[in-house]
Write a protein that binds this ligand. Structure first.
Ligand SMILES: [Zn+2]
Length: 379
């Protein structure tokens, strides 16, 4: 086994490097926003977005990636194992069906407490490449990988390859004294894009016959991310300034919030992922009354009667459809079973519930660059 140290260099350098080795001819089509920020935590600039123009630009970009439609003959398929569904989906958007992709953590399962089955070692043993988020999210899976992967396979921690420890965020459910940082890097679209660049580079290096395909997919994905970023920015800035506050059950917006000028004022889930204590609940109710925000948010993966109770007692709406690793469209319409659809749904939910508009998000094409991902169900 060898553990890849892709880079511990600062993200700015990583992203800059990615820009130089990537052809980006289509990005100029997006009228409002055309560059990947050097620091993904820097705040976005809202525009009076002309949704039609942005949508037209996105449509022009999407057709590009499928230009190289046919796999060269005799291609060996890389066997790639990933963990949570957003990471699996980003890998699919770069590798498509030129790789065999297995996502280990089932959707709808709490990824923070997930324990792989002993039988999952079968996938580890088959893998040419294993990717985890890291930042202490999937430690049991990482241990299984280390114990059962092939010596010639690679194991990559995407989070650690994207930011260094000094940029780790500790907050409500991930307090510093426990030592586990908030791991939800992918909820910032530019960190997700950096994950995509790692897939592009590693797939291309191991499978040069398909390198042009991986690079074209990345280029199209980058354009999609740029459109998504601007649309999120415009949707969040349509929320009245006093309401740009997030209180969620699960604490997954730590890397998203600074970029879009929305404050994470708390999270209900304690750091041991149990239910909050009576005292915690009382404090949250008082805080909500003081902050005067119209809604708080939960998710279907973490059903909690407590949040309902907090909402009722504080007199705020409770909406339980935010998600961070449970993608939309798992049964039907797998073309839109995507990380980008997840982000669009989350931001639509929060912007409308907090008194803004989700209109800007109509500019975003949420389809997978590489088509429907039904093949993943069989891998
Ligand atoms: Zn999470």
């Amino acid at each position: 086994m060898h553990v890849l140290s892709v880079s511990r260099i600062s993200l700015g350098i990583c992203l800059t490097a990615a820009l130089f080795i990537t052809q980006r001819p289509t990005v100029a089509l997006v009228a409002h926003q055309s560059t990947v920020p050097t620091n993904p935590q820097s705040q976005c600039v809202p525009t009076a977005a002309d949704a039609a123009t942005a949508a037209a630009a996105t449509m022009a970009v999407t057709s590009d990636a499928t230009a190289i439609a046919t796999a060269p003959a005799g291609t060996k398929h890389l066997y790639v194992v990933t963990t949570v569904a957003p990471i699996t989906n980003i890998a699919f958007n770069i590798g498509g069906n030129r790789i065999i992709l297995h996502g280990l953590i089932p959707e709808g399962v709490d990824s923070h407490t997930f324990e792989p089955k002993p039988s999952d070692s079968v996938y580890m043993a088959k893998a040419d490449m294993i990717f985890v988020n890291g930042l202490h999210l999937e430690d049991p899976t990482l241990r299984l990988a280390n114990a059962t992967m092939r010596k010639d396979a690679t194991l990559t921690e995407l989070g650690a390859s994207t930011i260094s420890e000094k940029d780790w965020v500790f907050d409500f459910s991930f307090p510093k004294d426990k030592g586990d940082p908030n791991p939800h890097l992918w909820m910032n679209p530019f960190y997700a894009l950096h994950y995509a660049s790692i897939f592009r580079d590693m797939f291309s290096q191991a499978d040069p016959v398909n390198a042009a395909y991986y690079v074209a997919n990345y280029t199209a994905f980058e354009a999609r991310i740029l459109t998504l970023d601007q649309a999120i920015c415009d949707a969040i800035f349509s929320i009245p300034a006093n309401n740009r506050k997030l209180l969620t059950y699960h604490d997954s917006f730590a890397y998203f919030a600074p970029r879009y000028g929305i404050a994470v004022i708390g999270a209900i889930q304690p750091s041991d992922f149990a239910e909050p204590s009576g005292q915690d609940v009382a404090n949250l109710i008082n805080q909500l009354k003081a902050e005067k925000i119209p809604a708080i948010f939960g998710s279907e993966v973490f059903p909690s009667k407590v949040v309902d109770q907090i909402g009722q007692e504080a007199g705020v709406k409770y909406i339980n459809t935010l998600a961070d690793d449970d993608l939309p469209n798992q049964q039907d319409n797998r073309l839109h079973h995507s990380y980008i659809q997840l982000m669009v749904n989350d931001v639509s939910t929060m912007s409308t519930a907090l008194g803004g508009s989700a209109d800007a998000l109509k500019a975003v094409d949420t389809a997978n660059i590489t088509g429907s991902d039904e093949s993943l169900l069989a891998n």
